[in-house]
Structures are given as C-alpha cells and as structure tokens.
Design a protein around this ligand. Structure first.
Ligand code: TMP
Length: 234
C-alpha cells in the first residue's frame, strides 16, 4: 500500500491518506496533552504502547462481534484503519467513580457504581468537549436515534469484553472513553483503546497504570504504560 500526504494531525496521532480511498494510516506519537491541550508533554514510548495495545484489543473485540476500524498493523507505531466519519461524541463508560464524575457528584474516587454508567461529551475542542445528552445530540444533528442506540449497545458490549479481559491481567477497568465512526452504513468502533483513554488500576494495589499519572504529575508515567504493555504480553 502506498502512503500519501498527511491529512490530519491530532494531539496524539497523525493520519495519512493511502492509495485506497477507504483506508487511512494512523501514526501514533509520544506527545501527550491534558486539559484540552493546556498541559503538554512527552511520554517516551507511548505511541508504540498505544498502537499495539489498541490493535490487540480491537482484534479481541472483533472476535466478540464488535465491528471496529482496525485493518492491519504496519509497524510498531503505524496502523491501517478504515476511513470513517467520526461521530462527534466522546462516549464514556464508568464502572467506578473517578475524575470528572467524582468531582461533579461529590463521590470519592474508587467508589463502586451500582450499574456501569454511560455519558456523552460533544467532541469539540473550542468548547472544551462539554457533557451532552441524547436529546441535545439529536437536536444538533450529531447522530440519529438509531446511531445513538447502536453506540450505546456497542459501548456496553466493549465494557463487558474489556472488564473480563483486563481481569485476567490483574487490572481493573475503572472507566474509559470510546469514539465511533460511520463506515459503509455501519457504526464501527474507531480511535484507540489505550492508557490515554482508559483508567486502569492494578487490581491489588489500585496503583494507577494510565494517563492520570501524567495529568496529575504522579511520576513514573512511562513505567505505567510499560507495565500495562508487559501484562498484555504482546
Ligand atoms: P473524566 O473522568 O476526566 O471525564 O475521564 C473519563 C475517561 O475518559 C477517563 O478514562 C479518561 C478518558 N478521557 C479521554 O480519553 N479523553 C479526554 O479528553 C478526557 C477528558 C477523558
């Protein structure tokens, strides 16, 4: 496959066109940002971990019936994916209270939730990705009711598959963010699943093995990413 010009550069990834109209190449960077790009840094090796981990988990999800954008890993940082039209909703599933949920509702971090919760943010950097509900998303034509229903069904399915998998490597899935895209009239899982987009705690010690170490200046950021990578055994 021939790789053509860069069509987009995001905070953590670059996207390149290919000689096939419906396939793009995603290249994972070591750049890290938080708080809508206000905090900037580098996490050495992050691009490799996120690329390999995301591909590994997307293949697992495909096996369990979740359609994804994954096509083929090219090398440790680059992957071919289906060129989707991203639905501008960040889909967040939470199993335990943490982060903005804890702050908003005054619940201690780590509190078990009676049911897994789902919430949407409007994917819009200028507005700081505000929380949005189904009715607002419909009113703004961000997605149809059918698409929202499918996104919710798939997001809960992803949660079930990932909780079970992470348990086998002694990691607790506290919460995570997904993005979905439209591809040939189907909703497919897109973007990435990595320590950038999940809260991953060691089951025994509750040590944080994710980007919160960067967001909160906790130290040992690279080590946390490598620890997850090591446990994945990929
Ligand atoms: P939050 O508690 O800050 O709302 O984050 C919930 C989850 O979403 C957490 O696993 C981190 C992830 N996340 C992203 O992937 N990107 C973001 O921009 C934010 C704010 C959170």
């Amino acid at each position: 496959m021939e790789i053509k010009s860069m069509i987009y550069e995001g905070k953590a990834k670059k996207v390149f066109a290919t000689d096939q109209d419906d396939i793009v190449l995603v290249s994972y960077k070591d750049d890290a940002t938080a708080f809508n790009g206000e905090k900037k840094g580098t996490i050495l090796g992050k691009g490799v971990v996120n690329n390999r981990m995301s591909n590994f988990l997307m293949q697992k999800l495909e096996e369990q019936g979740v359609p994804t954008h994954y096509v083929e890993e090219c090398n440790e940082r680059d992957t071919l994916v289906k060129k989707v039209e991203i639905v501008p909703l960040e889909v967040i599933i939470r199993n335990k209270a943490c982060g903005s949920f804890s702050k908003r509702y005054g619940v201690a971090e780590g509190t078990e939730l009676s049911i897994p919760t789902i919430e949407f943010s409007y994917k819009n950097d200028d507005l700081g990705d505000p929380l949005i509900n189904d009715s607002h998303a419909l009113a703004l034509n961000l997605a149809t009711q059918e698409e929202i229903d499918e996104i919710k069904r798939l997001a809960y399915k992803v949660n079930d598959v990932l909780i079970a998998y992470f348990k086998t490597i002694e990691i607790e899935l506290v919460d995570f963010k997904l993005e979905f895209g439209r591809y040939q009239n189907q909703i497919v899982l897109a973007d990435e699943i990595s320590p950038d987009t999940c809260r991953l705690w060691d089951i025994h010690t509750h040590a944080r093995l994710d980007k919160d170490r960067f967001r909160r200046d906790m130290g040992d950021v690279e080590e946390a990413y490598l620890e997850v990578f090591k446990r994945l055994g990929i």
